[in-house]
Design a protein around this ligand. Structure first.
Ligand SMILES: [Zn+2]
Ligand SMILES: [Zn+2]
Length: 180
């Protein structure tokens, strides 16, 4: 029931690298190489660009899925990630306030990873809603999925495509479309 799919590798691998780059920026802030405003500017740009790429990845992977399943070339939708810069800047300021400066890396990485992965999951939901070919989706659990996600999986239950994919911080699950 749980597996590390190619899609999981793609979006979580990229999310992982966003987390690592955010840790590097934060280290530059702690060293005094960046002041607070520079850190917030660069970090929100890094995460915002990652979210834009995640929407593009979700769009492209859903198009590829439908192209293969229907044996008909399907172009991407061109969906665009919403501008989250205000929320990101607030989130990054909160992160600076709460993170332990002696051991910041895990928490800072988790923030970057979660923002990127969440954008992929949201982008995939958005793309499925806009595809008439998609009737619904199943939840694909990653191997370390939590109890909530296993419950949401419900033995491979098919959710209607209009129902947003439920995700949370640290969630590596993704939808698998079911075509009409
Ligand atoms: Zn979970
Ligand atoms: Zn999950």
């Amino acid at each position: 029931m749980s597996q590390e799919t190619a899609l999981y590798d793609a979006f979580m691998g990229y999310s992982e690298s966003v987390g690592e780059r955010l840790v590097q920026l934060h280290a530059a802030f702690l060293d005094g190489r960046l002041d607070v405003d520079d850190f917030i500017d660069r970090a929100s740009l890094l995460v915002g660009q990652a979210q834009a790429r995640m929407y593009a990845l979700a769009d492209a992977s859903l198009s590829a899925f439908i192209t293969v399943e229907t044996a008909t070339a399907v172009p991407t939708l061109g969906i665009v990630a919403p501008d989250e810069s205000g929320r990101l800047r607030d989130g990054l300021r909160t992160l600076l306030a709460v993170v332990d400066p002696e051991a910041p890396a895990l928490r800072v990485a988790r923030y970057g990873r979660s923002e990127a992965a969440g954008a992929f999951q949201d982008g995939y939901s958005t793309a499925m809603r806009e595809r008439p070919e998609v009737g619904g989706y199943r939840r694909v659990l990653n191997t370390s999925a939590c109890e909530l996600c296993v419950w949401l999986w419900r033995g491979g239950y098919v959710y209607p495509s209009g129902k947003s994919f439920h995700r949370h911080t640290g969630c590596g699950c993704h939808p698998e479309p079911v075509l009409r």
